[in-house]
Design a protein around this ligand. Sequence first.
Ligand SMILES: [Zn+2]
Length: 129
Amino acid sequence: MDYLYERISYLKGLADGLELDQNTKEGKLLIHIVEALEDFADAISDLEQEQLELENYVDVIDEDLADVEEAIFEDEYDFYDDDVDYIELECPYCNEILYIEDDMIDDDTECPNCHERIVTEYNDEDDEN
Ligand SMILES: [Zn+2]
């Protein structure tokens, strides 16, 4: 942004060198043009500052979002790692606690203890898929 102010300073210097007379129409016009340019530079400088603040704010949101994503996907990973491969079941016939591989459960799954067939909600869900 500094270069804009440098150029305006240069124009002001030129205007001073010309010894512009504010009482002539041309002098008045040129002086007001330089002043208007200075206002533009101020406005752009303000915008630049606000832009930087927004960028910093977005960076902070991005970092927070990354933390949230990490927490969510970590939980999801744990869920699949711990729960899907093996399902804990209580046999309804002998009450034995069984750990059966998710993929192995079907309508013919038998309790390894009492050899009764075990039908679970997991079976129904798998059949629909
Ligand atoms: Zn059983």
